[in-house]
Design a protein around this ligand. Sequence first.
Ligand code: NAD
Length: 341
Amino acid sequence: MQKITLSTPTGNTEILVGAYLSRGLETLASKPILLVDEHVLCEHQDQFNPFHCISVPSGEVYKNLHTVEQIYRELVSLEADRSTMLVGVGGGLATDVVGFVASTYLRGVPFGFISSTLLGQVDASIGGKNGVNLDGYKNMIGHIRQPSFVWCDLSLLKTLARKEYISGIAEVIKYGAIWDVEFLEYLKEHMEGLLNLDMDVLKHVVSTSAKIKADVVQKDEKESDLRRILNFGHTIGHAIERDKKILHGHAVSIGMILAARLSQKLGLLENSEVELLRDLLLSSGLPVEMELDPEVIFQNIRKDKKKSGKHIHFVLLEGLGQTQIRSISLSDLKPMIHDLC
Ligand SMILES: NC(=O)c1ccc[n+]([C@@H]2O[C@H](COP(=O)([O-])OP(=O)(O)OC[C@H]3O[C@@H](n4cnc5c(N)ncnc54)[C@H](O)[C@@H]3O)[C@@H](O)[C@H]2O)c1
């Protein structure tokens, strides 16, 4: 089992990476209440049934204040108090909802996560961002609060749908692209093992990714500076996701290639580096291109909540493994997007 500690001014998280970690629930000081993604509960009933379980509905349409309100009511009926530990079990959707519930119920109760998707384990469960959607706008209501623990249980990934698993690989490759060229080399050599859920490869990949995310968050919890680099590929990726309704990782994969091409046009990245990134994404089964309407993509970027005023913080690559954040005005960005798409 790998152990990583994330320390921030608002709290510390112990991140564990290994198999069958849910057995650790027995060792918690007080009996927790589990809030479990409905599909995870169905697939892994035997592991979670000995505990009080509240089912969290799956699907972005349920990531809203109505679901949060229903969970509050169930907590009241179970007489959950300030000492009750809430454990969110599931992917990024469940952990975002549970983190928000735990931050607001009784003005905050202790909480931890058992993460059950690759995207959740390498990204969503780490860093304390939580929240729900409002009127179709993603993560509009939320908070930053660190869970006490995140258990990345690799054994749960065996029941995850293939396309969801591959979607998570996009975030893994992102970490190599923005932070660690050696990790990119490792991924190139071990992609087959990763796709086959080889436990040794998976343990290395999840713990390396989780460590990079924890390092970045530790330096900039509130995303005033460094944390922005985690958005590499996401500015265009979110715009594609909103337009085409494809999985997050698939949209981010295309977004990363377009951001890499922009970096190349600006003289920051070699063509061979763009090709290396492209080949790696393709080898994992992720898409790297798609027919896009540049005006729709630009308008979606314009509405992005990460926009500050008339500028956007765009993450570019300055060689593989290094980033440069440029504040680009919307009027300058428009022709760039038209040129790229
Ligand atoms: N807080 C953050 O920093 C952050 C970062 C990235 C993404 N997110 C959020 O994460 C969400 C996406 O998370 P995700 O990609 O993990 O998807 P998800 O949580 O929606 O899960 C995807 C699907 O897999 C099912 N599932 C989950 N684990 C399973 C398992 N082990 N076996 C079988 N089925 C399983 C779920 O029921 C769901 O149908 C989005 O809402 C996004 O906004 C948050």
